[in-house]
Each structure stands twice: as C-alpha cells, then as structure tokens.
Design a protein around this ligand. Structure first.
Ligand SMILES: Cc1cc2nc3c(=O)[nH]c(=O)nc-3n(C[C@H](O)[C@H](O)[C@H](O)COP(=O)(O)O)c2cc1C
Length: 332
C-alpha cells in the first residue's frame, strides 16, 4: 500500500507542521494568514519560553528556539503569502536512540513507526512524533492569536494551567515527582484551558463543531489521551436540573458553565473551558520488559536519552496554542 502522508490541518487557516526531532529543523507553514499583521521574532518569545524545559521533571535538552521566517513576512508584517517559520535543531544526541529500532519502547512509537515506514523510520529523538514538533505548533498558535485579535477586534484572554500531576493537585506534586524521578519513572497530568472574550456564534452544528475541531487539534498533541469540555465526564452523574446552565442575561450569560461555553457546537458567549489528560512519559529509565526483534525475546530495556519525566509540565502553552489554531478557523 502506498502511504500518502496527511500532515496539514485546517481550511481557511491551514497549518502544516514539518521536521524531525534530530533533523535540521522543525517548522510550520501557515496559509491563509491575512496581510498586514505585525510579526517579529520577539512576538514569539513569551509562548516559546513557556514551552521551554526548565523546571524539575523536564528534559535537559537545551535549544535556542529562535524562529526564522523563511517566507510570508516583509517589513515586519505578514505579506499575505504562505508564512513559513523554522526552528533549528542544534542540540541532538542521536546515538541514544540506536537500539530502539529493534528493542521497542513500550507505549512509544518505535514499533508502529518501524512497521509503517520500515527501514526509513526516523526514530532519532522520536523523529516526527517527538514533543519537539509542538514548538512549531506553539508558533502557529502565536500567529492564530494575532489573527483572532485582528478579526474579532478584541484581545481574547487565554489561560492554561496544570491542575494535577500524578493524580494529586498541582503544587502538592513535588514529592511524588521527586520519587518518580529517583525511581527512573514518569508522571502524567491534567491541564485546564479557558478562553474569555469569545463572541456568541463561532462553530458549526455538526462536523465543525467547536468541540470537534478543538479536539482534533488537541489529540494531535503527542501524549494527549483525553479531552473534556465543561463538566465533561462528570455530566454523566449529574441530573438535568444540576447540569443545565440557566441563562441570566440578554447576552446569554449563564449562572453555571457546565457546557464549557459551547452549546450545539457553537460558542454561547460564556467562558470556553476544557481539560486535557497528558499521559506519563513513555521513555523511562527503569527496566521494562519488551520485545526485542534482534534476539526474538522479551527482554529488559532501560531507555537512554534525555526525557521529560512529566510532559504535562511543559504542555499548557501547547494546549492553548492548539485552541487558538482551532478558533482561528472560525473567524476568517
Ligand atoms: C512537550 C512534549 C514533550 C514530550 N517529551 C517526551 C519525552 O521526553 N519522552 C517521551 O518518551 N515522550 C515525550 N513526549 C510524548 C511523545 O512524543 C509521545 O508519547 C509519543 O509520540 C507517542 O504518542 P502518543 O503518546 O500520543 O501515543 C512529549 C510530548 C510533548 C507534547
């Protein structure tokens, strides 16, 4: 079977992410960006820095992460052409991944990528499946936020926070994280994201509902395993009288927000709220029994390389960027 890659998202604001963790660069091409939006390298600093590994439990791989505009920017403004932004990969250690094409990491891509791409699979640093590919996603989010501001003529307020790590509230997780790291293990987490200032009426009733489009993007983030809007899974144990959000003013403000700001797939003018589940990092240094194609046996594997012990710690801005990209589809 001929494999036809499909690595772009969107219609009016089209996002194509490319690159590999240990290739020359990672980047994004954005089509549909209107001309005349101010765009400088500095505009990316805040969100790029928020994604950067820094706290305990994040990878020791350090990159400069400076955006380079290859096209689409002239005189510090977008020029209406496809906007291509790249980030060079400068700090790679590919030898750490050599054995993984035969001795597969549990819950990582080594086995599936080897089956799908055969000898051409690029497993260095996770290849195209690496969390590194979320850097161009964040860059696309910066541009999406600018598009939203221009088209809606207001500044939306995005907030994204880690609410729990390893099953305990964020802030009380330090001991748990320290213990996991000491044991060569990893932790998952939950991130909550909200957006204030959205007008009523964004989204379409069916396939392009706000929930569908945002979920498509959120599940594209490596390691995201769950998404819920508003009351989410808790709605199943609520009564209608508890879950319904009474409308308390002419502009549609509701007393509660169990809908998470979306009804019928369309924004209702209240705060958009959703949560994502990020799984514990698959690459852990403690021994795990897993299939080795070289020996034809299940054997212990200790994963080498530099890894995040808790991916969720770096993911809030990634989640927020995915939301901005999704919302930008509806305002152009
Ligand atoms: C910001 C970020 C950093 C990540 N860092 C790592 C890492 O250091 N080690 C690892 O095994 N996975 C890491 N991942 C997750 C893997 O890329 C992902 O688990 C893998 O591609 C398998 O995909 P799946 O978990 O979505 O099924 C990271 C993901 C993100 C979003």
């Amino acid at each position: 079977m001929l494999y036809i890659p499909m690595n772009s998202f969107g219609n009016k604001f089209k996002v194509e992410i490319f690159g590999e963790s240990h290739g020359q660069c990672v980047g994004v091409t954005l089509d549909g960006v209107p001309a005349g939006i101010a765009m400088s390298v500095e505009d990316f600093s805040i969100d790029v820095d928020r994604r950067r590994p820094s706290s305990k439990g994040t990878t020791s791989r350090k990159e400069s992460d400076i955006p380079v505009f290859l096209s689409g920017v002239y005189d510090d403004h977008t020029n209406g052409n496809p906007l291509t932004i790249i980030f060079k990969n400068e700090n790679t250690r590919s030898q750490d991944y050599k054995n993984l094409s035969k001795h597969y990491r549990p819950s990582h891509i080594d086995f599936v990528a080897s089956c799908k791409y055969g000898q051409f699979a690029d497993l260095r640093g996770g290849g195209a499946f690496s969390g590194r590919l979320t850097l161009p996603l964040v860059a696309a989010g910066v541009v999406a936020k600018k598009i939203l501001q221009k088209q809606l003529e207001r500044t939306l307020e995005f907030n994204s926070n880690i609410i729990s790590v390893g099953g305990v509230p964020f802030g009380q997780h330090e001991q748990l994280l320290g213990d996991a790291m000491k044991n060569g293990d990893s932790l998952g987490g939950i991130i909550e994201c909200s957006v204030n200032g959205l007008p009523v009426g964004l989204g379409e009733p069916f396939f392009d509902s706000i929930e569908s489009v945002l979920s498509h993007l959120l599940f594209a983030i490596p390691a995201v395993k769950g998404v819920e809007f508003g009351a989410g899974f808790h709605a199943a144990s609520m009564k209608g009288s508890e879950h319904n959000d009474p409308i308390i003013s002419h502009d549609g403000k509701t007393k509660t927000n169990n809908a998470g700001g979306v009804v019928g797939g369309i924004t209702n003018g209240n705060q958009l709220v959703f949560r994502v589940v990020v799984k514990p990092t698959a690459s852990i240094s403690r021994g795990q029994m897993t299939w080795n194609d070289d020996t034809g046996k299940v054997e212990s594997l200790r994963v080498k390389g530099r890894h995040d012990s808790c991916i969720a710690l770096r993911a809030p801005v990634v989640v927020e960027s995915a939301a901005a990209i999704g919302l930008a589809q509806f305002v152009l």
